[in-house]
Design a protein around this ligand. Sequence first.
Ligand code: AMP
Ligand code: GLY
Length: 422
Amino acid sequence: MNILILGSGGREHALAWKLAQSKKIDRIFIGPGNAGTSELGTNLKLNPENFPEVKDAVLGNRIDIVVVGPEAPLTMGIHDFFTNDLTLRDIPIIGPDKSAARLEGSKDFAKSFLIRNNIPTAAYKSFDKSTMNEASAFLSTLDPPYVIKADGLAAGKGVVIVDDIHDAENEVKAMLNGKFGHAGEKVVIEQFLKGIELSVFIITDGFTYKLLPEAKDYKKIGAGDTGLNTGGMGAVSPVPFADKIFMDKVKQRIIDPTMKGLSDEGIVYKGFIFFGLINVGGNPYVIEYNARLGDPESEVIIPRIKSDFFDLIEGVAMGDLQRRIIEIDERFVATVMMVSGGYPGTYEKGKTIQGLDLATGSVIFHSGTKKEGDKVVTSGGRVFAVSSWGSSMKGALGTSYRNAGLLDFEGKYYRSDIGFDL
Ligand code: AMP
Ligand code: GLY
């Protein structure tokens, strides 16, 4: 069995690392991958958003299954591209079709899906240019702070939270007037929910699902959750407050009605669903859906899966996920993201990385790295996720921090307080 993983970050390295342990897999290809994935399989020079390039790679390397890491190819319709191509239609894609990927690609679609299916979420209203003048009236029915979201994908920048109603009105106008291009043609305004966030994941073949470990990620650049938003600075799993009572609520109030809603709407969802949740006084609410695994959440949840992960992937491909098993490691896994100096603003690339051979007791998942001759150099803002196991969260973090100290490149930065709020 040959498998192609699309993407180039820590999530894709974690997927490749886990799938490389499966006896059922012959060859792993990663497109385009990074320096870390090149140790586990063959990196292919391709752009996951260029479907003809993906097609050539799939046919040229006799790929049997494709796992899609990032959201862009999904919302652009890579699944549909495969279904509609005679030479590709029998090659399963792990990732939803374009219509189902709207759960992530359109916040307006996600919100109306949530409300139609009675799934707990913040009250909201959507506006476009023709209804722009009604936005102020809706804002005045809400208490501050005000949450304003561009409908479409806006590189993680499309959510703005402000305290002042006039700033909120101006933000709505700016988005509708093209601040985020097409992504802001519609704008969602919603009630602010106060609580602690967590990420819950399932894998589904469209009929049944398996719950994967949950995680908490740390999005802000600075200690104590301060400063600018990033792709994620670290994560831990399990999440202590996500106990059985809480997770039963998540299943009954959120996952089950999501599965039923998809099925009622004639959508056969094959892939991962990432529920971005917030715990408000012991009750889970959906902040957002994503049509993929999280990053850096993957770097803590995948190491907690003890059973063969390919078995689940195959279950999705064959539509028999129900008879597959998943075994979870009870231990904690923590990951600390090492980033380039200046990230998430401007930063330099091409810094030589040292100390990769010194780290012990952790797995180093590469994110923005590449090989230059026999050197490994930085090639992105997020460079490595240092993941470790431990019988406690503190123990796992201790190992990651020890190894983060041994890895070196000019300008390296990491948050030293991952898990501080748990
Ligand atoms: P999203 O891209 O929808 O996940 O939003 C980005 C971040 O904004 C979330 O991770 C939350 O921290 C915050 N956020 C979004 N919606 C809300 C809300 N209704 N109440 C409070 N915080 C929110
Ligand atoms: N860590 C959040 C995400 O992957 O979107």
